[in-house]
Design a binder for this molecule. Sequence first.
Ligand SMILES: Cc1cc2nc3c(=O)[nH]c(=O)nc-3n(C[C@H](O)[C@H](O)[C@H](O)COP(=O)(O)OP(=O)(O)OC[C@H]3O[C@@H](n4cnc5c(N)ncnc54)[C@H](O)[C@@H]3O)c2cc1C
Length: 390
Amino acid sequence: MDFGVIDLDAGQLDFWKEVDAFLDEHVTRAVHEEEERTGSGHNQAVHEALGQRGWIMPRWSKAEGGAELDEVRAHILQLELDRHNLPNVTIATTGMTVAVVRAHGNDSLKAKVLPGVASGHTKICLGYTEPDGGSDLAGVRTRATRVEGGWVINGAKMFTTGAHNCQYSMLVTRTDPEAPKHRGITVFLVPLDGPGIEIQPVHTLGGERTNAVFYDNVFIDDDHRLGPVNGGWAVMSAPLDSEHGVKDANGLAEISGGTQYGMTLRKLLWHAARWADTPDAEGVRPFDDRIVRAQLAEIALDLETIRNSKGPMGRVIASEKLIERAAELLDLVGVDGVLPRGAEGAIEDGVLEWGNRFAQGTAIYGGTTDIARNIIAQHTLGLPRPPKVG
Ligand SMILES: Cc1cc2nc3c(=O)[nH]c(=O)nc-3n(C[C@H](O)[C@H](O)[C@H](O)COP(=O)(O)OP(=O)(O)OC[C@H]3O[C@@H](n4cnc5c(N)ncnc54)[C@H](O)[C@@H]3O)c2cc1C
């Protein structure tokens, strides 16, 4: 691993300032307040402003609606989006899935979808998990049945985050119930505004909004198929690889699989440090206690570990450190730490209380940390598959 510092040239530093100024202007306190209220992980006005600059798909060519950023500038943009805490769930799911549309969609589908993705008017969510289980993706039950001119879909998906803000769901379906379970799967890009689709909100302990989505005799034409019939297993793995941090969806260099959760831990640390630096009535700051300083310093070191842990290992470390440290921070600040946002006396307006709730879900999304450990065992360490239980 190369820990070398990159010397940025004048053009790159100017670009950094441009991004920072743009995000200061657009990712305002009002944007954060709306996100705290809705938990939607998306802000349409900011999304479209990014689209106007070509910064939703920053590596794409200008002709495709991108900005043709080189790897360093794209990384600067990503760092600043994270630092400004842009509500990012839908931009992330769109980025993961659009790579699949480019790779497996036919020309007509690509012409319909890709320009809108780049401009910010078209967004895509992930329709993988079902009410009966998410880890065993090959156990998918939602059926797509071939009919004259296309397919009819029946079934239910759970935790389709962002569906209420998206135009399409990348849907994993069973097309051959007789085939071995990995071989009877087909993936479709399903428009979410058609008849037979119902989206119901699901609110989580962590304050996020996700959705249950029901498909009742939904017709789509064959143009919406991504990849071969019954060959969906390979097609559906690409977004998960990117969610697990195996490969960045934009084709950038491999990054920590825990970047997102590391950002949350950094946010908690920043608020805890501000609390620690605030003197009480006698002028004493928590920072003056070396135990407090040591605890905060340990979290800062965790952030470095997360930043430098690649792929699924980064995903496991980030989530587990976030859960552990978010709880410790509540102990550190004392009983007022559990007062929620808006309550009188809440520390840092309840951010630490929120952080502790939010942290719990991070061990689940995009495949649990248990599943990430299986991936590390099999793909990184070359160990045999775990034995089947039951
Ligand atoms: C807030 C939120 C947002 C989400 N967003 C999306 C989304 O946008 N799209 C989408 O498709 N899904 C989404 N998910 C679903 C998520 O990917 C699943 O919850 C996750 O994959 C786990 O599936 P499950 O909840 O059905 O648990 P299960 O698969 O039923 O697992 C239950 C428990 O058993 C363990 N387990 C299961 N199998 C194994 C194994 N082989 N080895 C070791 N342990 C195992 C799991 O780690 C877990 O602890 C979201 C979930 C949440 C909570």
